[in-house]
Design a binder for this molecule. Structure first.
Ligand SMILES: [Zn+2]
Ligand SMILES: [Zn+2]
Length: 184
């Protein structure tokens, strides 16, 4: 079965300028090209549905691909560690060229009159994934002392006073005052 990501563009490149709208849904990573990231990292399931809606517009020597790609992601709340689900909806505006010139380092290549939209879609989604998602904006997180989920319960923990620090503070204070007195 032909991959929906591979789009024939010979005619688009012949009739400049012309446009072609590509719209499809496909598994995000059917070939399992990407290894799953660690359990604490935001990632997209290989079988998650990737939606692609792009307009391809030809110019002399290439194509512009403009539109949106969308995929659901999963991660963990950086404050309280519960699973978090979200959707990345990314605007893309990229170029495909026959040959990369000096100003086309970022461009994708047209190969054998086809463009492969998979790298473009994967790049766009991976760049958009949140590094530190929250389960909700005002997540209270876990108490660092007793581990209680502050969203569901409260505790009486207070920042413990460490006597060693108290001593150091005292020493620093004394040094500082003695320096001061020397200068005066
Ligand atoms: Zn949370
Ligand atoms: Zn606590």
């Amino acid at each position: 079965m032909a991959s929906p990501f591979l789009v024939p563009v010979a005619q688009l490149l012949r009739d400049v300028p012309s446009t072609y709208v590509v719209s499809f849904e496909a598994p995000f990573d059917e070939a399992h090209e990407f290894a799953p990231r660690g359990p604490a990292e935001t990632d997209v399931f290989a079988e998650a549905t990737l939606k692609v809606r792009l307009t391809l517009q030809s110019f002399s020597g290439g194509l512009r691909a403009k539109g949106k790609v969308e995929a659901p992601w999963h991660g963990v709340c950086r404050r309280c560690s519960v699973p978090v689900l979200g959707v990345s909806l990314v605007s893309v505006d990229e170029r495909f060229v026959d040959e990369r010139g000096p100003e086309d380092e970022e461009a994708y290549l047209i190969e054998n009159d086809f463009v492969d939209l998979a790298p473009l879609a994967h790049d766009a989604i991976f760049l958009d994934l949140p590094l530190a998602p929250l389960c909700r904006e005002d997540c209270q997180g876990l108490c660092p002392y007793c581990g209680i989920d502050r969203n569901e319960a409260s505790c009486d923990c207070q920042v413990p006073l460490d006597p060693r620090w108290a001593t150091l503070d005292g020493l620093r204070f004394m040094d500082f005052t003695s320096d001061e007195s020397k200068e005066v």
